[in-house]
Design a protein around this ligand. Structure first.
Ligand code: ADP
Ligand code: MG
Length: 704
């Protein structure tokens, strides 16, 4: 039935396909499709035939099985008949024997007593017979049971046979049905194939007819195109010629373009090179001019001090004249700076302008312009060269002040004092003075004296005196000149580098014995080296006095930052007070105020004559380059920029014919009032080599 259903479905599908095919308009290539379809259908047919053959073989197998079963049944029946016959025979034999026995018994009973013996024999034999009879009966029973059993089997077999017969008839009916179905399907398929074949033929014919019509049209078109072609050929020929010509041109074009580009490139390159070299040249010239301008400016400042005749020129031209110069010196990064991000460099320089310094503070770049900036690579000699002119002007009678400003550890002492192998400004200045003085020895007689003092907690102490702990006072000269002097400040006359070294050593020893931690102490006090150069022109008697103040200021770091207490706080307050007084003095000078608050600190009071109008000042702002110090560096550089913009009055030479300068007066006073230090003032300590006792007094006497 399943197979039947499947076949029916197949047939329905075939019909649907057929319908579809019929509904479809005949395409020009219908022939192909139909042949494909018919091939498919043929395949399908052969498949179905195969299936029919399979079904037939299955049927014959079933028939064979039925035959075998029938044969077996016949055999069983035969065996059963045999058994029945055997049993009947046996029964008959036994009944016959029984009957014989009964007859024998009866005949024996009817016999006379002489036959007693026989009876007895019979009686003896009788039990045997009885036994045999019993046995026969038992066997009979057994055989009867067997017969019943066999009958049962036979019955079952008959039933089986019957059901087999039924199955066979059923199967036969089914096969017949299948065959009929198959026959019908086959017939239908043949019909369909016939139809399809017809359709196909029809489609082919139609397509052929259509193709013929189309062919005709194409032929007609072709004829038209041919005539067109004939007319177009000459035009094509000219076009081809044109095209070939253009092709040739296009082929040559990249070459042409390349050449043009090359020449243009070369021209542009040359032009750029020319512009570059022009630029370089201009830049070089500009830098040279800048340097020249700076030099001229410096020279102007110097001339302004030396030649009053030039002052009017400078003022008329309205040139801002500064006789306070500010330079910065950046020390190298040292081991003491430690490691890590805090010890990274935060300071950069301008390669084209040595007066610019850039600081990276909290991620923000800040730039400052000063008179000159020394990078960590600058040597002591480089720095000295910058201050040399100032120092020599001291010989000519100018007062000069050189300050080293900056936070502790920024290199102030290194710049001022230096190391024994690489001395700083102090020693180099004195050396220079000696050489200069010697060069002028034919016309001038010079004496150079040095004093060393320290200002700590607003107390002034003499570092070369016998009692360094004694506080000194600054006094006005009693001569009414308005000049200041320090009674009791020791002054040594020096003539050679050895003398200076001895003086420095003495000062150092004094300081070391006084303070256990000199490093700490020196960073909290201002150290002053005061060099006085006195000259007399041998021919004219003109006297000049110049004073060179070399000041290693106390550390400029702010108190709030260190959170100091007690004595440290007091120290810091004094330092702040004196440094801000220095700033105030400079600000007052800058704004040309009538009153300049020199008296606000010991430092400014002491340096009054070296800071006011006719003197020259240089401030070296020491800078630490590391990241952790940028706040202090910023503060220092701001201070420096403020100081730099101060303008002082025109420099004037402190030269007086035949009169004493305030400094000489100071010296005189000191010599008279404090006999003990003055005695020492004429000899370098412990040397004896420069000892010229009484020479100063002798020389002072005529004037006095
Ligand atoms: P300050 O006097 O400002 O406290 P110092 O002069 O004592 O600072 O310098 C601190 C440290 O840095 C010293 O060890 C010093 O030798 C070193 N130093 C400072 N400036 C320089 C420099 N230009 N070259 C080499 N070392 C320097
Ligand atoms: Mg120092």
């Amino acid at each position: 039935m399943v197979e039947n259903e499947r076949l029916r479905q197949e047939m329905r599908r075939c019909e649907a396909e057929l319908q579809e095919l019929r509904a479809k308009p005949a395409a020009p290539c219908a022939g192909c499709e139909h042949s494909q379809e018919s091939a498919q259908l043929r395949d399908r047919l052969s498949q179905l035939q195969l299936e029919v053959a399979e079904n037939k073989s299955m049927l014959s197998e079933l028939n064979l099985e039925v035959q075998q079963k029938t044969n077996r049944l016949a055999e069983v029946e035969l065996r059963l008949k045999d058994c029945l016959a055997e049993k009947a025979q046996e029964e008959e034999r036994l009944s016959r024997r029984l009957r014989d026995s009964h007859e024998t018994i009866a005949s024996l009973r009817a016999q006379s007593p002489p036959i007693k013996y026989v009876i007895r024999t019979v009686e003896v034999e009788s039990p045997k017979t009885k036994q045999a009879l019993n046995e026969s009966q038992a066997r009979n029973q057994h055989l009867q049971e067997q017969v019943a059993m066999q009958r049962q089997v036979l019955k079952e077999m008959e039933q089986q046979l019957q059901s087999s017969h039924q199955l066979t008839t059923q199967l036969r009916a089914q096969i017949a049905m299948y065959e009929a179905e198959l026959e019908r399907a086959h017939g239908q398929m043949l019909e369909e194939m016939q139809c399809l074949e017809e359709d196909k033929n029809r489609a082919i014919e139609e397509a052929f007819a259509r193709a013929q019509v189309e062919m005709k049209a194409v032929h007609e078109n072709l004829a038209g195109v041919r005539t067109n072609l004939l007319t177009l050929q000459p035009a094509l020929r000219t076009l081809t010629n044109d095209y070939n010509g253009l092709k040739r041109q296009v082929r040559g074009f990249p070459l042409l373009l390349q050449e043009a580009l090359k020449s243009v490139k070369a021209e542009i390159g040359q032009a750029i090179e020319e512009v570059n070299s022009n630029n370089q040249e201009l830049l070089r010239k500009y830098r040279r001019e800048l340097q020249l301008r700076k030099k001229c400016h410096n020279e102007l400042v110097r001339l302004k001090g030396e030649a009053p005749a030039l002052n009017w020129f400078a003022q008329e031209e309205n040139v801002p004249i500064r006789n306070i110069r500010v330079i910065a010196r950046v020390r190298p990064i040292t081991k003491e700076d430690g490691e890590g991000p805090e010890a990274t460099n935060a300071v950069t320089f301008d390669p084209d302008d040595d007066s610019i310094i850039h600081l990276l503070h909290k991620g923000k770049p800040v730039s400052f312009e000063l008179d000159k900036v020394f990078s960590p690579r600058a040597s002591q000699q480089d720095v000295f060269q910058e201050v040399q002119a100032l120092i020599t002007s001291c010989i000519d009678g100018y007062n000069v002040c050189i300050f080293a400003y900056g936070q502790t550890g920024a290199g102030k002492t290194y710049t001022m004092e230096g190391t024994p192998e690489n001395p700083g400004i102090n020693q180099r200045a004195l050396q220079l003075l000696f050489t200069e003085v010697q060069e002028k020895a034919s016309d001038w007689e010079y004496t150079i004296t040095v004093s060393a003092a320290e200002i700590y907690n607003e107390a002034l102490r003499d570092l070369l005196g016998q009692e360094p702990q004694e506080k000194l006072e600054i006094r006005l000269c009693p001569d009414g000149s308005g000049q200041l002097y320090v009674p009791g400040l020791t002054e040594f006359q020096v003539q050679s580098v050895e003398d200076i070294n001895k003086v420095f050593e003495f000062g150092h020893t004094n300081r070391t014995t006084e303070f256990t931690n000199l490093n700490e102490h020196s960073s909290r006090s201002h150290a002053l080296l005061i060099v006085t150069v006195r000259g007399v022109d041998c021919s004219t008697g003109l006297r000049t006095t110049g004073k060179l103040n070399l000041v290693d200021l106390a550390g400029s770091e702010r108190v709030g930052k260190s959170g100091a207490e007690g004595s440290r706080l007091r120290e810091a307050q004094h330092i702040n007070k004196s440094l801000s007084a220095l700033g105030d003095v400079i600000a007052a000078l800058r704004s040309r105020q009538g009153h300049v608050p020199f008296r606000n600190s010991k430092l400014t009071y002491l340096l009054q004559d070296s800071l006011s109008g006719d003197s020259k000042t240089l401030m070296v702002v020491q800078v630490s380059p590391v990241e952790k110090n940028t706040s202090e560096t910023l503060y220092s550089l701001k201070f420096a920029e403020r100081v730099r913009s101060v303008e002082l009055g025109p420099g004037s030479r402190r030269a007086e014919l035949g009169s004493w300068s305030s400094q000489e007066h100071l010296e005189w006073e000191s010599a008279c009032q404090t006999p003990q230090p003055s005695a020492r003032a004429h000899s370098a300590p412990g040397s004896g080599t420069t000892s010229r006792p009484g020479s100063m007094r002798r020389r002072l006497q005529p004037s006095a």
